[in-house]
Design a protein around this ligand. Structure first.
Ligand code: AMP
Length: 284
């Protein structure tokens, strides 16, 4: 595996691969890798000759009061995981390498970022889209792999690729969960033992809400209040948002197949997100 920190080194290596007609898969991450990330890497390895994983904690996607400084950065462990699953390039640039001190150009993702996480984290998706564009330009992948765990991010990147004519196929990957159903996240490590148990209210209630819908409930207001009432039962839990949205990330009143129930809940100080696309199989 090539562990690279410089853009020029990555470009050089990728152009060698491309000269040999190798296809490139990119898995962008912020590191603290877990099985969710590994599933993206495995998808890339299945359909691309070369897999590039980027580990970059992107400062411009964090708000001033968010956890940028606290975000876990266990790079030695990440290197080990990437070596074990036979990643070809692990790109781990410094902030100065990617952002410098004079970044003036940003990707405006318009109203796709007005709801859900975009509404709660102003500027977040502008920061994501800008840095993902830079990673696309640096690594020039044929395919890029994104988890459905960050569903709004996935839809925004798909639209950005279409609108800005990136010649890249975006591959959505299923949410990977712990055995008890909690969606895997680098932030789960912030949870105390008690909070880890409390956090199960998220996936448990999501599952129950989806069951309500499958049993015929089509009014999103009823599903949302069901969710809110269940979350209130757990002292450490506080809803950040719960919405049912369509593919344009707009709230819907009447639920139909393909809509997404998307939630963000604080467990203590840790903000966790989860979602389900209506019509897809519940597998937890
Ligand atoms: P992150 O490191 O949190 O920025 O995530 C990097 C990529 O991994 C994103 O495309 C995420 O959606 C994806 N990802 C994170 N957690 C999971 C999970 N539990 N299942 C599937 N994909 C995930």
């Amino acid at each position: 595996m090539h562990y690279l920190k410089d853009i020029s080194e990555v470009r050089k290596k990728i152009s060698e691969y491309k000269k040999n007609n190798k296809s490139i898969g990119l898995v962008p991450t912020m590191g603290a890798l877990h099985k969710g990330h590994v599933s993206l890497i495995e998808s890339s390895k299945k359909s691309c000759d070369i897999t590039v994983v980027s580990v970059f904690v992107n400062p411009i996607q964090f708000g001033p009061n968010e956890d940028f400084h606290k975000y876990p950065r266990p790079i030695e462990q990440d290197i080990k995981i990437c070596e074990e699953v036979e990643v070809d390039i692990l790109f781990n640039p410094a902030v100065e390498e990617i952002i410098g001190d004079n970044l003036k150009t940003f990707v405006d993702i318009s109203d796709l970022g007005d709801n859900l996480c975009g509404a709660k984290r102003p500027g977040h998706f502008r920061g994501v889209a800008t840095i993902v564009s830079k990673l696309f330009n640096i690594t020039t992948p044929n395919r890029a792999f994104f988890g459905k765990k960050d569903i709004q991010q996935l839809y925004i990147i798909k639209k950005m690729v279409e609108d800005l004519n990136f010649n890249i196929e975006i591959i959505p990957c299923s949410i990977i969960r712990e055995a008890d159903g909690l969606a895997m996240s680098s932030r789960n490590r912030y949870l105390s033992e008690k909070e880890r148990i409390d956090s199960l209210v998220i996936n448990r209630t999501l599952k129950e809400a989806v069951k309500l819908i499958e049993d015929g409930e089509i009014n999103s207001k009823n599903v949302i209040s069901f969710f809110e009432n269940k979350i209130k039962e757990i002292n450490s839990a506080k809803i950040d948002y719960v919405n049912v949205v369509n593919e344009n990330m707009k709230n819907v009143e009447l639920i139909e197949k393909g809509n997404i129930i998307a939630i963000a809940v604080y467990i203590g100080k840790t903000r966790l997100i989860d979602n389900h696309i209506i019509g897809e199989k519940i597998c937890w």
